[in-house]
Design a protein around this ligand. Structure first.
Ligand SMILES: [Zn+2]
Length: 241
């Protein structure tokens, strides 16, 4: 059962729009806010719709706090985006960017002392940026492939295929056919975080869910997984570039 309808709550001179979902499986009223600042309230089947409004009214201080957090996150993402093409993170370390424009069949980069030296085909800003992304995607392919093989062996699991993706929402995923997808942006993360994501997706081969047993398996191979999850939450803006 999935009734969605937009409602409005007026408090002083502020308006809060929210939607209600009735879920016969939930036991309590629940409120969530997504990145677009959309408020969703889930209520159990036997609770009157009116209760959702009362609940929201009670939660307004929390909602406002959450809105500020989302705004801050957005701002950080914008700042990061502006900075990233002057400096770049590679395996958790920050480098300045040195551009060498030349004719090349494949954009590439080398690690200097403090900079990444990119060899790219000449073009305008947007073009060069895409060339750099291509170079980083190739690097991601190599880094992720080798590390996935290593951990699959350790965990005694078999995956089917690996794809490196350019998506702005997910770090990784595992399909029902055991195909693994990883975001190239993972090469910006510290190695331990990158490896945690690999272990996480590999663990889904055995447990296609986020059950207790799934997390136990992850913990066995990535004991500090909680701090890596925290790191990823704090660096979500890296996904937006
Ligand atoms: Zn997962």
């Amino acid at each position: 059962m999935n009734d969605i309808e937009i409602r409005k709550l007026f408090i002083a001179d502020e308006t809060f729009e929210y939607s209600i979902r009735v879920n016969k499986r939930s036991k309590y009223i629940r409120i969530t806010i997504d990145e677009e600042k959309k408020i969703k309230i889930t209520i159990p089947l036997f609770i009157p719709i009116k209760a959702a409004e009362d609940f929201l009214r009670e939660k307004i201080p929390w909602v406002k706090k959450k809105f500020i957090e989302i705004e801050n996150k957005r701002q950080r993402a914008d700042e990061f985006k502006a900075e990233i093409w002057k400096k770049v993170f590679y395996l958790g370390k920050e480098y300045t960017i040195d551009l060498v424009e030349l004719q090349t069949t494949r954009p590439n980069f080398y690690i200097g002392k403090h900079s990444l030296i990119f060899h790219v085909n000449p073009g305008d800003r947007e073009w060069v940026r895409n060339e750099m992304i291509r170079a980083l995607m190739f690097a991601a392919q190599k880094e992720i492939f080798l590390r996935t093989e290593k951990h699959a062996k350790r965990m005694n699991l078999k995956f089917n295929n690996i794809k490196i993706k350019n998506q702005k929402t997910l770090w990784g995923s595992c399909s029902s056919k055991n195909n693994l997808n990883f975001n190239w942006r993972l090469v910006m993360c510290p190695v331990a975080v990158l490896e945690y994501i690999i272990i996480h997706e590999l663990a889904h081969i055995k447990h296609p869910n986020h059950s207790r047993r799934f997390w136990n398996l992850v913990e066995e191979y990535s004991p500090d997984f909680n701090s890596h999850r925290r790191w990823l939450r704090e660096h979500q803006h890296m996904l937006k570039i």
